[in-house]
Design a protein around this ligand. Structure first.
Ligand SMILES: *Cc1c(COP(=O)(O)O)cnc(C)c1O
Length: 478
C-alpha cells in the first residue's frame, strides 16, 4: 500500500516512512492511494475474530512494509485485556471495546475508554507506541517527541511511550491549569524517558513553544524532534478497527445497517468511521456531534467551512472538543471532491490564509449526501441534562463528551437503524461537571484511588523557548 498527499505534490510513500513524520512535505495529509474493499466473505469471517485478530486483518491491508508475523505480534501485544483493563462491571474484558445497550436494538455505547488514560485516544496511541519502538529499532534511530497538552492527548502519548526504547517524550502543560486528577495521571509517571514540563502560562504559550522549536529546522534535525498529533495517519488507521468491532458486536448479520454517533473535535475519530464505511462496512449514518465549537456541524449543515480564531473558540465542559479548526477534515474533503488534489490545495489556500470556503454552487456539495453524514451540536446545559437523563433512565454514568454524542444522536430522531454512540472518555476525568449534573462524585476505578497523593515528577519552567531547548539538549546529550 502506497500513501499520497491530499495536495498532490509529495512523493508516494510507504507506511513506515510516514509513521514518524507529520504533514506531507507539500503541507497536505497522507492517505492511502485507494481504500481496501472488504468482500462479503471477509466480513463474514471477521465477525468472530478477537480484537487483536481483527486489528491485524484490517491493519495488514494498510501496512504492507512490516512483515506479517511482526505486525501480528504488535497487534497481539497491544490489544490485551491487561492494557485495556478498566472494563466496567458486566463487561467481558476480552472484548477490549464492549458494546453496552442503553435501549436494546436502539441505542448503545461503544466503550473505547478502558485503556490506561481512560479515553479513546489510548485505542490508537498504545499501538503507536509499539509501532514506534519497532520501526526505530529496525532503523537504529531515536525520536524525541515534543508536544503540548491541556489533558487527554499528552497523557495518552505518555502512557503509550513510557519505557519504549528509542523514544523520549517532552510534554509541555500549562502550570496549574489542569485538574488534580489529570496532573496526577501525567506527573506521577516515573519512567526515565518521560519528561513533564509545566509551563508558567496558558496552553497557547506551551503550544507556541512547540511550534517555535519545530520551526528551528537545524535543531529539529539534530535532536530528532517528532510529534504524535492527531493528523498522524497510523492513529486514524488504528481507529478504523473499532468501527468494525463495534458493528459486529451490535448486529447479528452483515445485512444490517447501523449508525455511529461520534463526539468530534479534530475529525480524527469520525474520519476513521468514514474510511470504514468506504471500505464497505454497512454503516448507514455517521452522526457528527460537536459542542459549542460547532465549525464541523456548520459545514455539514451549510456547506461552508469557516475555521474560527482563538477569540471565537469557547472553553467548554467537553474540553477535548474545543477546537477552532479540524486538523483531519482535509482528509474527508479530499474524498468529497473526488480525490482531486488541485481542488483541495485551492480550498486550503484559503484556510491556511485564515479564511473559509463555501462549497455551495459547486458539484462537490451534491456528493455530500452519499457520504452518510448528519450533524448537530450540544451546549453545556444540554450536556448536563443528558448526563442526568442517562443516569436516571439507564443507571449509566457518561462523561461530558459522550453526553454530546448522545444528545446529538437523539436530536436526530429515528434514523431507522440502531445508533451506537462512541464513548470517548470516562466520567472520572471530568469530575467537576459530573458533580454539577448529578450532585455526586463520578465512579473511579479502584486502581486509580488516591493517585493524587503519589510522588510527582515535573519540571516547572517559564515559557522560554531557549530554556526549553536547553532542557531537551541536556536530557538527550547528558
Ligand atoms: C480527542 C477527543 C475527542 C475528539 O476526537 P477527534 O478525533 O479530535 O474528533 C472527543 N472526546 C474526547 C474525550 C477526546 O479526548
Amino acid at each position: 500500500m502506497k500513501y499520497l498527499s491530499t495536495r498532490g505534490h509529495a512523493a508516494k510513500a510507504e507506511f513506515c516512512d510516514i509513521l514518524l513524520g507529520g504533514l506531507a512535505p507539500d503541507g497536505g495529509l497522507y492517505l492511502p492511494e485507494t481504500y481496501p474493499q472488504i468482500s462479503r466473505e471477509e466480513l463474514a469471517r471477521w465477525r468472530s475474530l478477537s480484537y487483536a485478530e481483527l486489528a491485524f486483518e484490517i491493519l495488514s491491508k494498510f501496512i504492507t512494509d512490516i512483515p506479517v508475523v511482526d505486525l501480528k505480534a504488535l497487534c497481539d501485544k497491544t490489544y490485551t485485556a491487561e492494557v485495556y483493563r478498566f472494563a466496567r462491571p458486566g463487561d467481558d474484558p476480552a472484548d477490549i471495546t464492549p458494546v453496552r445497550w442503553l435501549e436494546p436494538g436502539k441505542l448503545a455505547l461503544l466503550e473505547l475508554s478502558n485503556g490506561p488514560t481512560l479515553a479513546f485516544k489510548d485505542m490508537a496511541m498504545q499501538l503507536l507506541g509499539n509501532l514506534f519502538e519497532y520501526v526505530l529499532a529496525k532503523r537504529g534511530q531515536e525520536i524525541n517527541i515534543l508536544g503540548a497538552t491541556s489533558g487527554d492527548t499528552g497523557s495518552a502519548a505518555e502512557y503509550a511511550m513510557r519505557g519504549k526504547h528509542g523514544v523520549r517524550v517532552f510534554m509541555l502543560s500549562p502550570h496549574g491549569k489542569m485538574s488534580a486528577f489529570q496532573r496526577a495521571q501525567m506527573y506521577s509517571l516515573q519512567d526515565d524517558n518521560i519528561f513533564n514540563i509545566a509551563v508558567t502560562g496558558m496552553f497557547d504559550d506551551a503550544q507556541d513553544i512547540v511550534k517555535a522549536v519545530s520551526n528551528d529546522a537545524a535543531f529539529k534535525a539534530q535532536y530528532r524532534i517528532g510529534a504524535v498529533n492527531s493528523i498522524n495517519w497510523a492513529r486514524v488507521a488504528a481507529q478504523i478497527v473499532y468501527y468494525f468491532k463495534g458493528y459486529f458486536a451490535a448486529t447479528r448479520s452483515n445485512d444490517e445497517e447501523i449508525a455511529f454517533a461520534v463526539p468530534s473535535g479534530n475529525f480524527g475519530n469520525i474520519c476513521a468511521g468514514h474510511i470504514a464505511r468506504q471500505m464497505g462496512l454497512p454503516i448507514g449514518r455517521l452522526v457528527l456531534a460537536t459542542n459549542e465549537n460547532d465549525v464541523l456541524d456548520e459545514f455539514f449543515r451549510t456547506g461552508v467551512y469557516r475555521p474560527r480564531g482563538t477569540a471565537e473558540t469557547h472553553v467548554t465542559s467537553s474540553p477535548s472538543m474545543d477546537i477552532s479548526k479540524a486538523s483531519n477534515f482535509e482528509r474527508f474533503v479530499f474524498d468529497l471532491v473526488g480525490r482531486d488534489p488541485a481542488v483541495v490545495a485551492a480550498l486550503w489556500k484559503e484556510v491556511d490564509a485564515g479564511g473559509a470556503f463555501d462549497l455551495n454552487g459547486t458539484p462537490h456539495l451534491a456528493n455530500l449526501p452519499s457520504f452518510g453524514f448528519v450533524s448537530g451540536r450540544s451546549t453545556h446545559a444540554e450536556r448536563l441534562a443528558t448526563i442526568r437523563r442517562v443516569w436516571e433512565d439507564y443507571g449509566v454514568m457518561v462523561d461530558t463528551h459522550t453526553a454530546d454524542g448522545i444528545k446529538v444522536a437523539q436530536a436526530c430522531g429515528d434514523l431507522g437503524m440502531p445508533v451506537v454512540v462512541l464513548e470517548t472518555a470516562l466520567p472520572v476525568k471530568f469530575a467537576e461537571t459530573i458533580r454539577e449534573a448529578l450532585d455526586q462524585d463520578p465512579e473511579r476505578p479502584q486502581e486509580l484511588e488516591g493517585i493524587e497523593a503519589l510522588p510527582q515528577r515535573v519540571e516547572v519552567m517559564a515559557p522560554d523557548v531557549e530554556a526549553i531547548k536547553h532542557f531537551i539538549v541536556d536530557k538527550v546529550d547528558g
